[in-house]
Design a binder for this molecule. Structure first.
Ligand code: SF4
Length: 64
């Protein structure tokens, strides 16, 4: 699975980090850091939850 992140849309609210803390991390300056742009299948449920939770639709799974 591969993630597409639209950093222009991200407002740093951190819903994604709450759902998938192994993949998303909000930095001290409020910007999003993706820890893993190709998460393993074991993380699929939480990554899908993170994508669904993003209020600005900045996150997408683009592959498998
Ligand atoms: S939930 Fe969306 S807007 Fe919020 S930090 Fe994550 S990617 Fe950015």
């Amino acid at each position: 699975m591969r993630l597409a992140i639209d950093y222009d849309k991200c407002t740093g609210l951190g819903m994604c980090e709450a759902e998938a803390p192994d993949v998303f991390e909000i930095q001290a300056d409020g910007t999003l850091l993706c820890l893993d742009e190709t998460p393993s299948e074991a993380l699929r449920d939480e990554v899908e939850a993170a994508c669904a939770s993003c209020p600005t639709e900045a996150l997408r799974i683009v592959e498998g």
